[in-house]
Every structure is written in C-alpha cells, then in structure tokens.
Design a protein around this ligand. Structure first.
Ligand code: SAH
Length: 356
C-alpha cells in the first residue's frame, strides 16, 4: 500500500516538513513504518556505543566538547578499558561496537589501528568509528585494519550555515564533511551521516535539501536528532542568528519525527537509529516513537559510568546515570514492547536487488 517516495521533490519534502494536520501526519508515520518493515524488516539492530574520549581540537558552535570549553574535565579511555566494554557488547549479543570521540589526536593512527585489530580478532563484532574529520591516511589505515563503518554527520547541507557552525581549526583551511563522506565510501566503509534538527539559522528549505542529499549520497546509515542548546557554546548562548520566524525549523520532537519519517521514505534501505537526543526530549516514549516512525537501530550506551556525564555534547543527555547493564535491559524491553525483535548479527546495510 505504501511506496517509498524515491522521487519526492525538494518542494514536496518541504511541504511535509511544514505539515501540521494531525491526520495527515498519521499517514506519514504509517508510510514510514510500512516502508521500514518492507525494506529493513522488524529487527532492531543494537549498536553498543562507547564514548572513548571527550578531548577535542575543534570549535563546533553547537557541541559541549569544543576545545574552548574549559568547564569540562577531559578523559580518554585506555585500550584495556575499551576491550572490557567490547567483550561486554559481545556478551549482550550486540552485533556492533561504535567507538565515538571528540576529534582527539592523542588517539593516534597506530593506536586506533591496533585497537580495531584487537576488537575484530577477539570479538568478531562489526566496528563503527565516529572520530571526526580525521586525515585520509588515518581513515585508510583503519579501514585496512578492519573497521567496517564510519559515522560523520554533515549537520546541514546549507554551506553558509555549515561554515558558521564549523569554524576552521587545527590548521584546517576548510571543513568539508560531504567530501569526506564520499571518500569513506570509496575506501569501502559503510558511510553514516545525518543532521541536527533546529539549529539556529536552519531553514525548512535547507532541511528538505538535507534529506535530498541523504538520498544523493546513498548513505548506509543516517542519524537525525534535535539540536539541544549547550550553555557553554556560541549556539547555546544564542550568539548566532535564527532564521526569520516562518523559515526557522524548530528543534522539537515532532519536527524530528517528520525528518526521520521522510528520511525513511527517501532512503528506504538505510539503517536509521532512534537517537539518544530524541530520547532526551521524551524519556518515556521518544525511543519507541522513533522506532515506530522509520527507525530500525538503537545505540545502547556501553560507556563506563565514570565517563558518561563527562561526554556532555549537550546537557541532560538521557541515560547518563545508568550502567551498561541498565541500558541493555531497558532497550530490550522497549524493543519487545513494540512487538519487534533485537537484531542478530552485524546488521549491515541490506541492498534490495529489485524494487518492491
Ligand atoms: N567528534 C565526532 C562525534 C561528535 S558527537 C564528530 O564530530 O563526528 C556526534 C553528534 O552529536 C554530532 O555529529 C552532532 O550531530 C551531535 N551533537 C553535538 N552537539 C549537539 C547538540 N548540542 N545537540 C544535539 N546534538 C548534538
């Protein structure tokens, strides 16, 4: 009954983003859920998230880990600590471990190469990296070591806004995450990207173009979550202008569901997480509603308790008091409550030979 909207125009996407009629939005949720079922099935893949360092050289205007934030105590996990968590991921039955950090050059190419080799050898899990805009030689070495996937959100397709929120640092003349994503695909990674919803200055038009760009890049994974203001950042201090009122996208839960559902319809084969930022806006139901409106992945947090609160990309993040075991039990219960199944195996991108 429901077909993916593979040929949706940018105008059509924008008009869905502006839709407020509750009955029409119900049809959008239902279409996204049906396409999710048809293309990627009822399994919900579990990716164990390990926030291995909060050190960062960058100055991203939205992120609490930015180098200039002196209020945060910095940490980097030791290799042994990471291996304990990776083994736990395996015991929990996760198919993937995600290693995420600020852009931290005390994580050297060699160190990460050894870590990837050790995780693959000992656990056999799929390894996803999310370590920022690392040089080509690093990305090449880690792929050769066996890393399977790389996550790098482009955050917005509006180049002017992109440059405002990503001032060049670390001897960089220009930051171009879209170019890096194309390169990641060439290197043979499954490439993941995504955007925040409701960044000050972000327009409806630009979010419609973000979704069209997800489709054009043929991304394997796409994460979308609401922007949440962090007081120690330029965006959190409202130092950057909002778009005119009828153009500015709000950073609300409902807007996030619209983007998630439209992303499922535009990119039916992609793996889409129901994000922690969404759960932060609605602790009781955010994860479930995301999974019912297009998402098929969750990322339970494996980060040891002493580090969780320090990985504060935004305030009041969901699940910072919990242990890995708590997050594991909670996610499984939420998945079961929807009549869905925890995924088995690595849960990589499934390509359909023929269209439905
Ligand atoms: N250093 C890595 C990982 C960053 S954290 C990188 O740059 O890719 C992962 C994601 O968290 C970011 O890509 C961004 O989309 C999101 N994030 C950062 N600050 C946020 C905020 N204030 N509100 C919501 N999401 C945020």
């Amino acid at each position: 009954m429901y077909e993916p909207f593979l040929d949706m125009t940018i105008d059509q996407i924008e008009s869905w983003l502006r839709e407020t009629d509750a009955a029409l939005l119900e049809t959008l949720w239902a279409a996204a859920n049906a396409v999710r079922h048809d293309y990627v099935g009822d399994e919900v893949h579990l990716r164990g998230l390990l926030e291995i360092s909060n050190r960062c050289v960058r100055a991203c205007a939205y992120c609490g880990l930015r180098a200039e934030n002196r209020q945060v105590q910095r940490y980097r996990m030791e290799m042994d600590e990471i291996m304990v968590c990776a083994r736990q991921a395996r015991q929990f039955g996760y198919g993937t471990v995600v290693l995420q950090a600020g852009e931290d050059y005390s994580i050297s190419r060699e160190w990460m190469t050894n870590l990837v080799i050790q995780i693959k050898r000992e656990t056999g899990l799929a390894v996803t990296l999310s370590l920022g805009e690392r040089p080509d030689a690093d990305l090449t070495a880690w792929r050769a070591a066996g890393a399977d996937r790389y996550l790098l959100r482009f955050e917005t397709s509006d180049r002017e806004l992109y440059e405002r929120i990503h001032p060049p640092t670390h001897n960089q003349t220009v930051s171009d995450r879209i170019a890096i994503l194309r390169r990641l695909k060439e290197l043979g990674y499954e490439a993941g990207s995504g955007v925040m919803i409701g960044i000050p200055g972000q327009t409806y038009r630009s979010v419609a173009k973000d979704i069209a760009l997800f489709r054009e890049l043929d991304l394997d994974m796409i994460g979308v979550g609401p922007f949440i203001a962090h007081p120690e950042t330029p965006l959190g201090r409202q130092e950057m202008a909002f778009a005119p009122e009828n153009e500015q996208v709000p950073n609300t839960e409902d807007m996030t569901y619209k983007v998630l559902a439209l992303t499922r319809l535009a990119c039916p084969e992609a793996n889409l997480p129901s994000t922690t930022a969404l759960a932060t806006l609605n602790l009781a139901r955010g994860r479930e509603l995301g999974l019912s409106r297009g998402a098929n992945v969750v990322m339970p947090n494996l980060t040891p308790p002493q580090y969780r609160a320090l990985y504060e990309i935004y305030p009041a993040k969901a699940c910072i008091q919990e242990s890995a075991g708590d997050c594991h039990a909670c996610m499984k219960a939420r998945i079961r409550s929807l009549g869905r199944l925890p995924g088995l195996g690595p849960g990589g991108r499934k390509r359909r030979a023929t269209s439905a």
